[in-house]
Ligand binder design. Sequence first.
Ligand SMILES: NC(=O)NCCC[C@H](N)C(=O)O
Length: 414
Amino acid sequence: MDNPAINVNSEIGKLKTVLLKRPGAEVENITPDTMERLLFDDIPFLKIAQKEHDYFAETLRKNGVETLYIDDLAVEALSEDDDIKEKFLEQYLDEHGYGSGTTHDVLHEYLTDLETKDMVEKLYSGVRRNEVDLDVKHESLHDLAGSDASDPFLLDPLPNAYFTRDPQASIGSGITINRMTFAARRPESLFTEFVMKYHPRFAGKVDIWRSRNHTTRIEGGDELVLNDHVLAIGVSQRTSSKSVEGLAKELFTNKDSHFDTVVAIEIPHNHAMMHLDTVFTMVNTDQFTVFPGIMDEAGKMNIFVLTPGDNGEVRMEHHTDLGETLKQVLHLSELDLILTGNGDDIVAPREQWNDGSNTLTIAPGEVVTYNRNYVSNEMLRKHDILVHEVISSELSRGRGGPRCMSQPLWREDL
Ligand SMILES: NC(=O)NCCC[C@H](N)C(=O)O
């Protein structure tokens, strides 16, 4: 691709541009009844969460990173043309089961009457049943019941949107726009799709390795770019082996891709470690953070190294040792695996729960982490990593850290 808008050939090259979402009213639309479905374990105090997020964004800017906000980009993309806004809204409603009928008409009218900025904000924060006038003639049972008449929301809030890592993933000069696992997050990647397709900064300047029109699931927290040839992808609660294989095939055969190795790493399928980046991140050319709980007692795990085979097929090799596999695919003689919470039986799971392994690397050997994970941070420093700590009481309640909250769009090549 000539003149690409995205350039991410590693996890560690100097970060130049990143995509964020400041937590908004959507976070205040979580209730104890909806918490689990909305993938939260608690309800963050929004005002403090916003302060913390602003501090995070400021830390990045102070270190020379351009911060873009997905909701601003979406407003700009949808404002390019009335037809684009209309197409987006129709698709958004259709994906929520309101393809036609009274509820569709009422929501459509309510949302199109808003300024584009307000409409985008409203879609993130959710639309309550009692906000719109549904007291009109109903045409079908679905109109009457909606998705569930006891649900106060016609359109659910998107409180996970501040974890911009997951709806898409930058890889080389392109991106995967992800079909996400749970309904609570699926609409998030529709914003990405429209930004990539219609925003002048991105339109025609991004390779789409995989669109969101799939039945198999994948999320960006599982997609790590180890170097300009090698990816690590988690096989996890959120990313299926089929998606990994499909993406590997695409990257191995697409002429614009220079990736020829995918390391598929199987991790436990649970909420504490829903993505690979909650248990494993790259912090330097030969240094990684790792949560020991992903390995069995003998230190082994299930790893498959995928490389191009014959006739567009994928060759697969089974490995069980993470360190040895990384050395082999990255051509390293030594490797430094830094254990979350120093590998302690209590500290490691506690700090992993609060994303102690979820470092955002902003340059080789330089990371942003949550201040609450002080044991893991100390370990990083002992291993000569420069650590910028950010405040983290409320943001961490969403079960994601600095890597989860950021989608790099440009990194300097190494
Ligand atoms: N990459 C990440 O690990 N993102 C964290 C996502 C947390 C969010 N509450 C979720 O369950 O999807």
